[in-house]
Design a protein around this ligand. Structure first.
Ligand code: IVH
Length: 674
């Protein structure tokens, strides 16, 4: 069948476009489209090539696995190619895969393994005589880059295998990734120091592994899970994939704690649903699940097609990123007066949720990312974080795209906008005269972790303010059933419920009350420290800045905010009215002054460079914690220094919070211990 000219052209276009995106993704670590869009381009090209096989050229992106390696690192030829995986997007795709597997094998029942598909980058690691001797990236699947020096800095990867019985020469394969927490910290650090911000943990992992200076890689919070093997003496291979991984684990190689053996395709789909539910709480990003036929003899029988095995498939999760258009940039005023630019977006599905606005954090960010009204942007929504604009696709910017400038006046109350020296944030100076700040402070006061006034949501607060029924939080306790019952969508019953909830909220704790007041920089932890220290509101109110600064965990800035707050007559008036209305708490007793880390246990392993182990122990003991020598499920934190021992491995197996030296120092600092 002759190929119509229009189709030939389209295939040509797709090829060029995909090659370009491969380059952006693999070589520059700077993708300009989301994974989902990339997948769609590939799918379209594959469809055309399937329909008109003569369209397939040897250099078509469908014929290769990744992008060519960059020249920065010496090339390494893979004796066993590093293949890619076929993708499944729906249950039907998975059912088809299973059907093909069973038909080829001529069997009814297939056992699979299921494990998360991590979003990082694949590496192959060679062990010779028990020692890590070579590590390489996947590259184009046949030739990768030598990244041995960098891989060796990843602390969870053993440089020497544990135990015994390993083959003289074998390769493990797995994914290097950056845990979400580490990724956030890295970007926060980068933002402060004016360094490159990474769009997502995958790019951060790739960028870190491909550092020319391994010392930089060493400071990046990289981790690794092994999911397979490369070179391996066949006679020493166990019968099943999961047995091999269990064997690897005994040798000290990290594997995913989520790995499971499942029966039939039904088991695969059940696993998928379970993991999808857990997705947001996983400490790393997973973009899907990988199913593999468990028996190695069956894997061999099934073999490969072009670029992927027939015995495995990746079942993708809905994308975390999507592309859309910024229709407007609004400025929101929060409870503390901070002005936050928010991008109003053309609604788009991200990870199964419709997103129509995304935070731009602050105006420095807007400038740095150069986001303009009319721009096409990549938005991202992951974990519990609010959707954010990752980057602008400059290539798609319309000529009339308008930059936004930070306003001089509060868009809500018109007061002057102020910024403190050295701060990136700008604020409305209107204080509680600004309706937006007033609204925000009332919402905060009523919130669950503050006064916990059940049923007093955003909409109700809006109505109460708009109708003039309340002006400050103290007015809440003067509300009557009749007043509330007259509001929209309220009846006598729900009005009575609200009054009951208000009544119930009067019985609180000093810490909650302090937090509810919304003093700047006084979050829950600080409120608790203040309550523990002063045990009475009156004592706190008469404290000086010096008194406050002498308390561990209270710095000069918070101290100043606290003193300023209690100097404002209208704040004192509100506190008095609240107490008169019946807000009360039991004053904590003197003898049992709790400490922030009471009841916590720590284990130290490896050498710390900034202090001795005894000093480290003294610090945590001063905060109420204990140090013990063995890791058990009752351990809360494991602090890992240079050359850690087996305790580190144990901590990982038990999923205990691990702190490296810097994280430990930050942790101590947070409590004012150093
Ligand atoms: S198995 C021949 N298992 O996905 C089979 N791959 O699209 C090779 N990946 O290059 C891959 N998690 O970088 C496998 N649990 C997992 C994985 C996984 C992430 C990546 C890997 C591979 C790509 C294939």
């Amino acid at each position: 069948m002759a190929v119509p000219e229009s189709i030939r052209k389209r295939a040509e276009e797709l090829r060029k476009e995909i090659e370009y995106h491969n380059y952006r993704y693999y070589v520059l670590d700077e993708p300009v489209i989301s994974d989902a869009e990339y997948d769609a381009l590939m799918a379209e090209l594959r469809r055309l090539e399937n329909q008109y096989p003569e369209l397939v050229t040897p250099d078509s992106p469908t014929q290769r696995i990744g992008a060519p390696p960059s020249q920065a690192f010496a090339p390494v030829r893979h004796e066993v190619p590093m293949l890619s995986l076929e993708n499944a997007f729906t249950d039907e795709d998975v059912l088809d895969f299973d059907r093909r597997v069973r038909e080829r094998l001529g069997v009814e029942h297939v056992e699979y393994t299921a494990e998360p598909k991590l979003d990082g980058l694949a590496v192959s690691i060679l062990y010779e005589h028990g020692y890590l001797s070579l590590a390489a990236t996947r590259g184009d699947g046949y030739t990768g880059e030598n990244v041995t020096a960098n891989v060796k800095t990843i602390r969870t990867i053993p440089l020497k295998l544990h135990g015994s019985g390993w083959p003289e020469r074998f390769e493990i394969r797995g994914e290097v990734f950056m845990p979400i927490e580490g990724f956030k910290q890295l970007n926060e650090w980068a933002l402060k120091h004016g360094e490159k911000i990474f769009a997502n943990p995958r790019n951060a992992a790739a960028g870190s592994l491909r550092q020319l200076d391994p010392k930089i890689t060493a400071r990046r919070p990289l981790d690794f899970f092994c999911y397979g093997h490369g070179i391996y003496p066949p006679e020493q291979l166990p019968k099943k994939h999961h047995l091999l991984l269990a064997q690897f684990q005994e040798w000290g190689i990290p594997i995913s704690p989520e790995l499971e053996v499942v029966q039939t395709v039904a088991g695969c789909l059940r696993y998928y649903r379970r993991l999808l539910e857990k997705r947001e709480s996983l400490p790393y990003e997973a973009d899907g699940v990988v199913y593999k036929v468990n028996r190695f003899d069956w894997q061999e029988q099934l073999g490969y097609i072009a670029r992927a095995p027939r015995w495995a498939i990746a079942h993708k999760f809905p994308a975390h990123e999507a592309t859309t258009v910024v229709e407007d940039i609004e400025v929101q005023v929060g409870r503390t007066g901070i002005l936050t630019p928010v991008a109003k977006l053309r609604p788009v599905q991200v990870g199964g949720v419709t997103v129509s606005s995304a935070t731009l954090h602050n105006f420095e960010e807007v400038k740095r990312k150069d986001v303009r009204v009319g721009d096409t942007v990549i938005v991202r929504r992951a974990g519990d974080v609010i959707p954010e604009v990752v980057k602008v696709i400059k290539e798609k910017r319309p000529l009339d795209a308008k930059p936004v400038e930070p306003p001089d006046h509060c868009p809500v109350c018109g007061a002057d906008v102020v910024s403190e020296p050295g701060e990136t944030l700008i604020r409305c100076s209107g204080g509680l005269f600004c309706p937006a700040q007033r609204k925000g402070s009332i919402k905060h006061f009523a919130s669950r972790r503050a006064m916990d006034i059940e049923g007093l949501g955003d909409k109700l607060i809006d109505q109460l303010l708009d109708k003039g029924l309340i002006k400050t939080v103290a007015d809440l306790y003067d509300l009557t059933v009749d007043q509330v019952a007259n509001l929209e969508r309220m009846g006598k019953k729900s009005a009575q419920n609200l009054i009951n909830a208000l009544e119930k909220s009067k019985n609180t704790t000093l810490a909650r009350f302090l937090y509810a007041l919304g003093i700047r920089e006084v979050g829950e932890v600080t409120a608790q420290i203040l309550a523990d220290h002063f045990r009475s509101l009156e004592k706190l109110m008469s404290a000086t800045e010096e008194d406050l600064e002498s308390i561990p965990g209270i710095g000069p800035i918070v101290a100043k905010h606290i003193v300023t707050f209690f100097r404002q007559p209208h704040n004192i008036e509100i506190i008095q009215r609240l107490k008169k209305a019946g807000v009360h708490w039991k004053e904590p007793e003197e003898a049992t002054s709790p400490k922030p880390l009471d009841g916590k246990t720590f284990v130290f392993t490896g050498t710390l460079s900034s202090m001795t182990r005894d000093e480290a122990k003294k610090h945590i003991e001063a905060l109420g914690a204990r140090a013990t020598n063995t890791v058990s499920k009752n351990t809360d934190y494991v602090v890992v220094g240079e050359n850690p021992g087996s305790k580190f491995h144990k901590a990982q197996q038990l999923d205990i919070t691990i702190l490296d030296e810097q994280q430990f120092l930050d942790f101590l600092q947070q409590f004012g211990a150093i």
